[in-house]
Design a protein around this ligand. Structure first.
Ligand code: MG
Length: 255
């Protein structure tokens, strides 16, 4: 069933998405635990591929529009869509890891940014604010709220801390397809946009720069960087709208 172009999922379908989401969350937790100096993003990609296969699931990103990895691994000033490769993580780096898992035809999409050892105060603030903004947005995912309430909660938290929302990259609906309607901007007006209803599932993903809000695409036509070279962070959950309120289907934040 659709509501204003947004596909509504049945409770049974949301359980299937939650099953994909549990695998996704365990995959992210496993990857986070492997992040240390000397590990390459290719190492992380292979570990994700093995784990996802061991769970009877598939990596949603692999082959998506020709993407060559099972994860996106984006260090420092790279926001998203980093192709895994031979470069090693170094102490003081930030590494953003984004993973999609497809299980029984249903997609779960989530991401986090991991500090490698001790990082700068600017980096610590960036991580704390972006993760808090994700939780602030997710808390608005309830029936009767509007999409703009989610967007505004994220924007308020990020800009309140003096950091920049990237406006050209947005969250999205998710279900059988990784990218469904609606787009979920990380800025907006309260009370505006589509009204949320039980059965909608959204990938909420604040992407935040420590410097200005602009981004540029790299030479490989995949990687997106902050235009000014500043540090950047990305945290994401797949969240279902339920009668009881938000249900985080990818609970990587729970240990
Ligand atoms: Mg996403």
């Amino acid at each position: 069933m659709y509501r204003g172009g947004i596909i509504l999922k049945t409770p049974e379908q949301i359980e299937l998405m939650a099953a994909a989401g549990r695998i996704q969350a365990r995959c992210l937790q496993m990857l986070r635990s492997k992040c240390r100096p000397g590990v390459t993003t290719e190492d992380l990609d292979r570990a994700a591929e093995r784990f996802i296969a061991s769970q009877g699931a598939e990596p949603s990103f692999l082959g998506y529009r020709g993407f060559p990895g099972s994860i996106c691994a984006s260090p420092n000033s790279m926001v998203v869509h980093g192709i895994p490769g031979p470069s090693e993580l170094r102490r003081g780096d930030l590494i953003s890891i984004d993973v999609g898992v497809t299980k029984d035809g249903w997609v779960a999409d989530a991401a986090l940014t991991v500090p490698i050892g001790e990082v700068s105060p600017v980096a610590r603030q960036l991580l704390a604010t972006t993760e808090a903004a994700l939780h602030a947005g997710a808390a608005q995912v309830r029936p009767g709220n509007h999409l703009g309430d989610v967007s505004h909660a994220i924007q308020r938290r990020v800009e309140g801390d003096g950091l920049s929302i990237i406006r050209s990259l947005v969250g999205h609906g998710v279900g059988r397809d990784m990218h469904e309607d609606p787009q979920v901007p990380n800025y907006g007006e309260p009370g505006r946009g589509p009204e949320l209803e039980a059965g909608m599932v959204l990938a909420i993903e604040p992407m935040v720069n420590a410097g200005g809000p602009d981004v540029r695409v790299g030479e490989d036509q995949w990687a997106v960087y902050s235009a000014d070279g500043s540090l950047t962070a990305h945290f994401e959950f797949t969240v279902a709208v339920t009668e009881e309120g938000p249900r985080i289907l990818t609970p990587w934040h729970e240990s």
